[in-house]
Design a protein around this ligand. Structure first.
Ligand code: NAP
Length: 241
């Protein structure tokens, strides 16, 4: 039977690559996000279902689950770079709400909708789930929270033949990494080349991760062969962590 897959934040970057990878696997893929235009662009030429939804809104998330999905990927996320002294409460709360609460609402709705045996819950977490950074206190706190959620959900769903895992990418070549690069250029008054070097400096491969590499990891975690991989934080960072 054709598997149903939901990808939040599926209109851009990593989510788009994941949606395309599962579509190539023959799955029926739904992508969700707040803005319609990127969703439509991501679906162009493909048979993807588009749903507008804010993962921070309980009712809107619930509405995505009119029928159970076999694979649910909580990918929607946000982040700003600032040291703790400069983090406004509103930015702190928005980061936690989208990244952490959004993943909670998505996974809870997936299970309440009746995800069955063989079901897969996957969070796109971050290397910031495994280590902190002076410029990312809110982002790292939210992504550490995602990992705590994933590890706990994994314990609860295991008997039902469902797995719950986190993928922890290093810097991936998307809009999010781009804004980190432009942020460094502005903060340090340095050229792009130098900022890019700073960003990839922590990765032993000395390059950005491709979104398709994260997508391939998600496809593996959703496969039958990964049925016993549960509660894992899978680093996709070239050996950074
Ligand atoms: P991106 O292109 O900015 O993607 C973020 C996506 O999330 C967008 O499609 C956005 O769509 C959606 N989104 C944001 N807030 C949302 C909300 N409240 N409700 C629904 N959708 C929302 O960046 P990306 O790099 O692909 O990020 C995807 C995930 O990977 C994030 O969780 C991020 O933290 C994680 N990650 C990224 C990197 C990296 O270096 N790029 C590294 C590690 C982890 P709308 O704005 O239209 O809603």
């Amino acid at each position: 039977m054709t598997r149903r897959v939901l990808v939040t934040g599926g209109g851009t970057g990593i989510g788009k690559a994941i949606a395309h990878a599962f579509a190539a696997e023959g799955c029926r893929v739904t992508i969700a996000g707040r803005r319609r235009a990127p969703l439509e662009a991501a679906a162009e030429g493909l048979d993807l279902e588009i749903r507008e939804a804010d993962v921070a809104d309980e009712v809107q998330v619930q509405a995505l689950f009119d029928a159970p999905y076999d694979v649910v990927i909580a990918n929607a996320g946000t982040g700003v770079a600032a040291r703790i002294e400069d983090v406004e409460l509103a930015d702190w709360q928005r980061t936690l709400t989208v990244n952490m609460t959004g993943t909670f609402l998505t996974f809870r709705a997936a299970l309440r909708a009746g995800m069955g045996t063989g079901g897969r819950l996957i969070a796109i977490a971050s290397t910031a789930s495994l280590q902190g950074g002076a410029q990312i206190p809110a982002y790292a706190a939210s992504k550490h929270g995602v990992l705590g959620l994933v590890r706990s959900v994994a314990q609860g769903v295991a008997k039902r033949g469902i797995t719950c895992n986190a993928i922890c990418p290093g810097f991936v070549d998307t809009e999010m990494a781009e804004s980190a690069i432009t942020g460094l250029m502005a903060r340090h008054d340095i050229p792009r080349e130098k900022a890019l070097k700073m960003v990839v400096g922590g990765n032993p491969m000395q390059r950005l991760i491709a979104p398709e590499e994260v997508a391939a990891t998600a496809v593996f975690l959703a496969s039958g062969g990964a049925a016993s991989v549960n509660g894992h934080a899978m680093s996709v960072s070239g050996g950074e962590i």
